[in-house]
Design a protein around this ligand. Structure first.
Ligand code: PFF
Length: 489
């Protein structure tokens, strides 16, 4: 069967952008900026974007487009022994999408509860006690929360409807699911800047504390954010680029995706901090105490702020609809990465069937997060996958493409098909800067996790996290060595 193709370039760009723009732009970036030096945070952030984010994204686009395969096949074409690296990337994708969908399931529940603003007056209690019905600790599973499970299946049904025809159905969905949340953000911004207090919020967001730049933690945060926000090392961008033809432009698409994604983050920061500023004005709580990242921002602080606004129901609907839309194209991009690899291997299979199996398997893997201890597992798994698996894939990907296959060879290909020419700096970034930066991040994180058990969770629970970090990596090493021996023998 002929390879699937994007209908046109805009569709490809929208799909790549949809994957990049997700919850990370809304609940991670603004928080990091507020915490790590305000406007000064933009310095390490932009440096990381240009030094690591853009070159790495360009690498993934180039590899997928040149090799015309998903992650496993593409890595194998770079070097026959490296198929296992694709497996490592895709296992991480599978793990991530299985909990990412659970966060979307919470958003769906909130969307349904929005008209009545059910959390009004007690946002924290509503989230933890009513929605999650959270248990006392990770030791107490507390059984399945059926409402979340049901919502999770609805989310997976939605994701399935997006990916069932591959690029054809994804192409139709992204026309709406990518611009719409940005428009909704714009509406929320207009709402927020017509309320008092927003300027204080912006001040907190943007006022530079230059001293922060001396703290290594700030730099680590910026580099890992860039990695996460561009959906790198998941095999996604490789799969998406493999649906372009091998003559398509690469350099421009890379810059467009990277800049529009970061632009959305900056924009989201204005919205989040304007709302927090209003809330601080209304409740007298310092803005610094309100700024939170992760579920705390989207499911506690923000809902509370919305409930304090005029027309709370309407704006809550808009907000949670936006959250769902932001999440869905990231979620189906992860699913697509898996589909692409399976379809490369088993060309006779139908896309619809493969998608169904992948969606079903990932929804089953997500059940653990629908228990009453689900949020603890989610926190642990998220920490380990994003701290270790991704960095490992990133490091080996640059070694493979930069050193084994040859950065220069890849750069020549990029320049052959692109209008904008890429200079030799790209080779330097791929061969030296990125592996060094990622290894530093990995070592820093490792020594931190060894010294202080993550969030004080019990050893057995963290053991699950370590297993998730280590087992896929050992599998990759095993396959690498095995293949090498076979070749030599
Ligand atoms: N890039 C997405 C974001 O910033 O929210 C996050 C993400 C997307 C993570 C896709 C993982 C993923 F596979």
């Amino acid at each position: 069967m002929a390879r699937q193709r994007w209908a046109n370039r805009t569709i490809f760009l929208l799909a790549a952008l949809g994957s990049a723009v997700g919850l990370g732009n809304l609940w991670r970036f603004p928080y990091l900026a507020g915490k790590y030096g305000g406007g000064a945070f933009l310095v390490p952030y932009l440096i990381a974007l240009v030094l690591v984010g853009v070159p790495m994204l360009m690498l993934e686009f180039a590899v997928g487009q040149k090799m015309q395969q998903g992650a496993i096949g593409s890595y194998r074409k770079l070097h026959p022994s490296f198929g296992g690296l694709g497996i490592l990337a895709l296992l991480s994708s599978f793990i991530i999408v299985s909990y990412y969908a659970v966060v979307m399931a919470w958003s769906l529940i909130y969307l349904l509860a929005s008209w009545g603003v059910k959390w009004s007056g007690n946002a924290e209690g509503y989230f933890f006690q009513e929605v999650l019905q959270v248990s006392e600790g990770v030791n107490i599973l507390g059984g399945i929360n059926w409402f979340i499970l049901l919502s999770l299946f609805v989310v997976w049904l939605l994701v399935y409807c997006c990916v069932w025809e591959g690029t054809k159905s994804v192409g139709k969905v992204v026309l709406y699911s990518v611009p719409l949340p940005v428009i909704l953000l714009g509406i929320l911004l207009i709402r927020a800047v017509t309320l008092p207090g927003f300027l204080q919020g912006w001040e907190m967001y943007l006022k530079p504390t230059w001293g922060a730049l001396l703290d290594s933690e700030v730099w680590t945060a910026a580099f890992s954010q860039i990695f996460y926000t561009l959906s790198l090392a998941f095999g996604i961008m490789i799969a998406y680029a493999s649906y372009k033809t091998s003559e398509d432009d690469i350099a421009k698409d890379t810059w467009m995706t990277a800049l529009l994604n970061s632009g959305t983050s900056l924009f989201a920061g204005f919205v989040v901090f304007a709302v927090l500023g209003y809330m601080a004005w209304k409740t007298g709580t310092p803005i610094g105490e309100l700024a939170a990242s992760g579920p705390g921002l989207a499911f506690v602080i923000f809902p509370e702020a919305l409930s304090l606004m005029p027309l709370p129901g309407l704006f809550s609907v808009l907000f949670f609809l936006m959250l769902l839309l932001l999440g869905i194209d990231s979620a189906f991009s992860l699913t697509e990465a898996l589909n692409a690899a399976i379809l490369d291997q088993y060309k006779h299979l139908q896309i619809a069937k493969v998608s169904m199996v992948v969606c079903f398997a990932a929804s089953i893997a997500g059940i653990i997060y629908t228990t009453r201890a689900g949020i603890y597992f989610l926190d642990i798994v998220d920490h380990f996958v994003t701290s270790y698996n991704l960095l490992l894939v990133g490091i080996f990907q640059t070694i493979l493409a930069g050193w084994i296959y040859g950065a220069e060879k890849l750069r020549r290909y990029i320049n052959q098909v692109s209008d904008w020419q890429v200079g030799k700096w790209w080779n330097v970034s791929i061969k030296y800067i990125i592996p060094i930066v990622l290894t530093t991040l990995l070592v820093t994180q490792f020594s931190k996790d060894i010294k202080i058990p993550y969030q004080g969770y019990p050893t057995w629970a963290l053991g699950i996290g370590w297993a998730i970090a280590l087992i896929p990596f050992l599998l990759f090493l095993f396959l690498l060595v095995k293949d090498k021996n076979k070749r030599q023998g």
